[in-house]
Ligand binder design. Structure first.
Ligand SMILES: *Cc1c(COP(=O)(O)O)cnc(C)c1O
Ligand code: SF4
Length: 319
């Protein structure tokens, strides 16, 4: 399908009124969070289905313009925890680096949709201030590359980082949070695999899939290649109204992830970011779904149901 006709399809589904209102809302605003979808993810959509779960994750909606009480631009308190350029040290022993501001895909529910990326980017000065922070904090044992999507960076840039990290004795683990292998698998080049393979730290990759339809069979050998580098593959999902808020869908997702060599890790309750309230599932419903997952799946395929409470030193289980 051509770009043009696909846009038309989206427009028809969202109603042209919605699109005009969204454009007006963004006019002159710095908060533009534009429609942005990689080809591979797009091709996994069923465009004859107006409520396709992949389309719903990326299609702008008029609901984003409604301001909700209890929702904010920085719902997880990232700005408060910022220590240095792109460095977020909130959790004990591990530090998160905002490696880059961009992603291959713009997910409408993302808690970073209003985050001022440009000023908060750890790779911008050759990682200098991030490495300095990590080297000076001996209690750290794990570095998490997040974003944006760290795999938006070239393998050379990643390699520059990992070689600097390698020299810091107290760092034992490198973790990468990315949607890239699942939404734009061509990024997983042989060169990338070679880089990953060459890292002597313990390695964890946390993928982000919300729905079994995202797991196209051609991803299996790609994930296998990543696994062959001794990288532990985990997945986190966000519980999203109208997309995956059903036990059956999440059960299928867990089994499919396992089939692809990935273990479910977190099922996140939505972060209360302004513009995403229409994706919110109530805590009551979330707990009910999680209870049903516990009753259906083997324990190792049940993701932990968690929420991020600003100021808390860890993700909080929803009990
Ligand atoms: C979730 C998160 C982490 C990692 O937490 P784990 O519970 O170890 O997965 C680290 N830093 C930030 C800012 C996070 O949001
Ligand atoms: S950070 Fe993750 S959830 Fe947010 S837009 Fe990027 S890929 Fe999507």
């Amino acid at each position: 399908m051509t770009k043009q006709s696909w846009r038309e399809k989206c427009k028809n589904q969202a109603s042209s009124q919605d699109f005009t209102a969204i454009q007006d809302y963004h006019k002159g605003s710095e908060k533009v969070f534009r429609l942005h979808i990689p080809e591979f993810f797009k091709n996994n959509m069923d465009l004859t289905n107006p409520i396709d779960p992949l389309l719903r994750q990326v299609l702008p909606s008029i609901n984003e313009t409604k301001v909700h009480e209890n929702f904010s631009d920085d719902p997880v308190g990232d700005l408060k925890s910022k220590k240095s350029k792109g460095v977020i040290h909130k959790y004990k022993g591990r530090v998160l680096l905002i490696a880059t501001g961009t992603c291959a895909i713009n997910c409408r529910y993302c808690f970073r949709r209003n985050f001022p990326y440009a000023q908060n980017n750890a790779s911008a000065n050759n990682w200098h201030s991030a490495i300095e922070y990590i080297a000076n904090n001996k209690e750290l044992h794990e570095v998490i590359l997040s974003g944006g999507d760290p795999l938006m960076l070239s393998t050379n840039v990643l390699s520059n980082f990992s070689s600097q990290l390698n020299d810091i004795e107290h760092i034992k683990t490198l973790r990468i949070h990315t949607r890239m292998p699942l939404v734009s698998p061509s990024r997983i080049t042989n060169n990338f695999i070679k880089w990953l393979d060459g890292i002597s730290l313990k390695k964890v990759m946390v993928l982000h899939s919300n729905h079994p339809q995202e797991l196209h069979p051609i991803l299996k050998p790609i994930l296998n290649k990543i696994k062959s580098t001794q990288t532990l593959l985990l997945n986190q999902s966000v519980l999203l109204k109208g997309i995956n808020d059903q036990t059956k869908i999440l059960t299928d997702l867990s089994f499919k992830l396992f089939d692809f060599g990935v273990l479910p890790y977190y099922l996140n309750q939505l972060d209360k970011v302004q513009g995403a309230a229409h994706f919110q599932v109530t805590n009551k419903q979330a707990k009910l779904i999680h209870k049903e997952l516990l009753a259906t799946l083997p324990g190792y395929l049940v993701p932990k149901l968690v929420e991020e409470i600003p100021g808390k030193k860890n993700k909080s289980p929803l009990n």
